[in-house]
Design a protein around this ligand. Structure first.
Ligand SMILES: *Cc1c(COP(=O)(O)O)cnc(C)c1O
Length: 523
C-alpha cells in the first residue's frame, strides 16, 4: 500500500481500503493515561511512545484484518510450524546478500537450489544454476530477462535486428508476466481462452511465435482454475516448429504453485528439465513450498541458459560469488525456513501434505458440484485449486452475491470474471492449502449450504462485477492477442489500454492497478 498516497482520491469512488477517518488523528485508548490521547495518522509523530503503548496501538489496528486461515483466496502459506517460525525469528537480522558475513545461510540457499534441481530433473544437478528471490514475481523477471538476453545475443550474432522482442503466453498468466513485459519492454502476446480451454494450448502458442519470440511461458497451475498447462505438448509443438522453420524458441515454466505439487503427486508428468526445451523454472517457496511469505526460486537448466552478463559478482569469503537478483538486501529468514521445511518433511512429507490438499480439493469440488446451483471448473486434481460458477439458468443471484454471503461467516472467496474470450464467465475460486483440512472444508460447506436458501429467495442479483473484491490473486483480466507495436515509454496510453479489463470489476486506470495489487498483495 505504500504506493498509494493516503489522501489520493480513488478514481472510482471510495476504494474499500481507502483511509478511514479522513485524515483525522488516531484516537488512542485513554487507558494509556500518560500518553497523548491522539497521535497523527499520516505524519511522523513528533515524540516517542513507550514500546508497550506503540505495540498495542499497532496490534489493535491490525485486529480487523481478515483471518489468514480463512483466506481461501491466497496461494501463499498462512501457517508455519513453531520451529520454522522460531528459526525465522532467529534469522530476522540476516541479510541474504551478505554471503561473506553469513556463509552458512548462503550454503543453505545453495543446498535448496540443488534439491530443487534434483526434484525438477536437471541433467546435472551439481551444476544447476539458480537462486532464491522474494517470490515468483521476481523469479519471473529474472527468467524473462535471461530469455530476452539470450534472444538478443542470438539475433545480434546473426546480424539481425534485436529491438522487437515478444513473449508468448496464455491470457491466464499471472500479472507478474504482464509486469515483466511492461517493465522490460517486451511485447506480450496473449493466447485467448476459447470455449472450455482456459489456458495455453500448444497449437495456439506456436501460431503466435516468430523470429522475435524470446520464449513461451507455460504455467504449471493456472491461477484462474488450477489447471496445469500442457507443457510437454507445448514443447513438442515448438520442437516441430524448429524442424519446420529453424526457429528455436525456449520455454520458461511458471511453476509458482505446480512446481511444488507435480514432483510429489504427478511424478510421471513431464513438465520440467526432462524436456530439453525447458530452459528455466520458477516457483514460490511461500506457496506450496510451505514457507511464510517472502520467498521464490528461479532455476536454469544449465549455465548456458543464464547469460553470464546478467550475473554480478559479490565478494564471498575472499572469493567471488555470482548473484542474479533484482534486490540487493533481502531477508535470509525465509531461505532458512525453506531449508528447515525440506529437512523436516522430506519427499514423503511433502507428498503427504500436498496429497491431503488434493484430497480436500477434489472432495470439496465434488460436493459443491452436488449442491445444485453450481458448476465446477476443474476438480482440484491438478493444483488443489478449483473454480466454480453459478449455473447459467440461475438469474437471481451471482458469484458476487455468493462471495459476499460467505464473507459474513469470515470466508474470503474471490469472485472474478475470466479474460478473453470468456469474459462472459464469472467464477468463485477456492485454493486449498496446508492447514485447510477436511474439517474446515465441512465447515465451509455448512456455511455455503446455509446461505443458499436466502440467495435462492432473492428476486434479483444484489451484487455484480462492480462489487467484486480485489483479491483474485493475479487472476485479473488482460487483453488477448497482440499489438504490432510493443508498448514504449513514449506511448503510455497503449500500456493503459492493454490493462483495461473487460468488466466493471477492474479499475481502468494503470494507477489504480497499484491499489488493487496492494490489496491482493496481502496474499
Ligand atoms: C502466485 C503466482 C505468481 C506470482 O508469485 P509471487 O510469489 O506471489 O510473486 C506467478 N505466477 C503464478 C502462476 C502464480 O500462481
Amino acid at each position: 500500500m505504500a504506493l498509494q498516497h493516503p489522501h489520493m482520491q480513488h478514481p472510482h469512488g471510495q476504494h474499500p481500503h481507502a483511509p478511514a477517518g479522513g485524515g483525522r488523528d488516531l484516537d488512542v485508548n485513554p487507558v494509556f493515561s500518560r500518553e497523548p490521547l491522539t497521535i497523527p495518522r499520516y505524519a511522523l509523530p513528533a515524540g516517542q511512545l513507550a514500546p508497550g503503548t506503540a505495540y498495542q496501538i499497532v496490534h489493535d489496528e491490525l485486529m480487523l484484518d481478515g483471518n489468514e486461515r480463512l483466506n481461501l483466496a491466497t496461494f501463499v502459506s498462512t501457517w508455519a510450524e513453531p520451529e520454522a517460525a522460531r528459526l525465522m525469528a532467529e534469522c530476522a537480522a540476516k541479510n541474504m546478500i551478505d554471503k561473506d558475513e553469513y556463509p552458512r545461510t548462503a550454503e543453505l540457499e545453495t543446498r535448496c537450489v540443488h534439491m530443487l534441481a534434483r526434484l525438477w530433473h536437471a541433467e546435472d544437478p551439481r551444476h544447476a544454476v539458480g537462486c532464491s528471490t522474494t517470490g515468483s514475481s521476481e523469479a519471473a523477471m529474472l527468467g524473462g530477462l535471461a530469455l530476452k538476453r539470450r534472444w538478443q545475443a542470438r539475433r545480434r550474432a546473426a546480424g539481425e535486428p534485436a529491438d522487437r522482442p515478444n513473449l508468448v503466453m496464455g491470457v491466464n498468466v499471472q500479472i507478474c508476466w504482464e509486469k515483466f513485459a511492461n517493465y522490460f519492454e517486451v511485447e506480450p502476446r496473449y493466447v485467448p481462452m476459447e470455449g472450455d480451454r482456459y489456458h495455453l494450448g500448444a497449437r495456439e502458442a506456436v501460431e503466435l511465435c516468430d523470429e522475435n519470440t524470446i520464449g513461451v511461458v507455460a504455467v504449471l497451475g493456472s491461477t484462474f482454475d488450477g489447471s496445469y498447462e500442457p507443457v510437454a505438448d507445448i514443447a513438442a509443438a515448438l520442437d516441430d516448429l524448429e524442424r519446420r522453420t529453424g526457429l528455436d524458441v525456449p520455454v520458461h515454466v511458471d511453476g509458482a504453485s505446480g512446481a511444488m505439487i507435480a514432483p510429489f503427486l504427478d511424478p510421471d508428468l513431464r513438465w520440467d528439465f526432462r524436456l530439453p526445451r525447458v530452459a528455466s523454472i520458477n516457483t514460490s517457496g511461500h506457496k506450496y513450498g510451505l514457507v511464510m511469505p517472502g520467498l521464490g526460486w528461479a532455476l536454469w537448466r544449465d549455465a548456458e541458459a543464464l547469460p553470464d552478463d546478467l550475473v554480478f559478482r559479490v565478494n564471498y569469503l575472499g572469493g567471488d560469488m555470482p548473484t542474479f537478483a533484482l534486490n540487493f538486501s533481502r531477508p535470509g529468514a525465509q531461505v532458512v525456513a525453506q531449508y528447515y521445511t525440506f529437512l523436516r518433511l522430506g519427499f514423503e512429507g511433502y507428498r503427504r501434505v500436498q496429497g491431503t490438499c488434493r484430497d480436500v480439493a477434489t472432495r470439496l469440488s465434488a460436493e459443491i458440484g452436488r449442491l445444485g446451483p453450481f458448476e465446477t471448473l476443474g476438480d482440484g486434481g491438478d493444483l488443489p485449486v478449483f473454480a466454480f460458477r453459478v449455473r447459467e439458468d440461475i438469474a437471481n443471484f451471482t458469484v458476487y452475491d455468493v462471495s459476499a454471503a460467505l464473507r459474513e461467516s469470515g470466508w474470503l472467496v474471490p469472485a472474478y470474471t475470466f479474460p478473453e474470450n470468456r469474459t462472459d464467465l464469472a467464477v468463485l475460486r477456492i485454493v486449498v492449502r496446508n492447514g485447510f483440512g477436511h474439517d474446515l472444508a465441512d465447515l465451509f460447506l455448512d456455511d455455503l449450504r446455509r446461505v443458499l436458501p436466502r440467495l435462492r429467495a432473492q428476486r434479483e442479483p444484489q451484487r455484480d462485477a462492480g462489487d467484486a473484491t480485489g483479491f483474485a490473486h493475479g487472476a485479473e483480466p488482460k487483453k488477448a492477442g497482440f499489438k504490432q507495436a510493443r508498448p514504449t515509454k513514449t506511448e503510455p496510453t497503449k500500456t493503459e489500454s492493454r490493462k483495461t479489463g473487460p468488466t466493471k470489476a477492474e479499475p481502468k486506470k494503470a494507477g489504480s492497478t497499484k491499489t488493487r495489487r496492494g490489496k491482493a498483495g496481502s496474499k
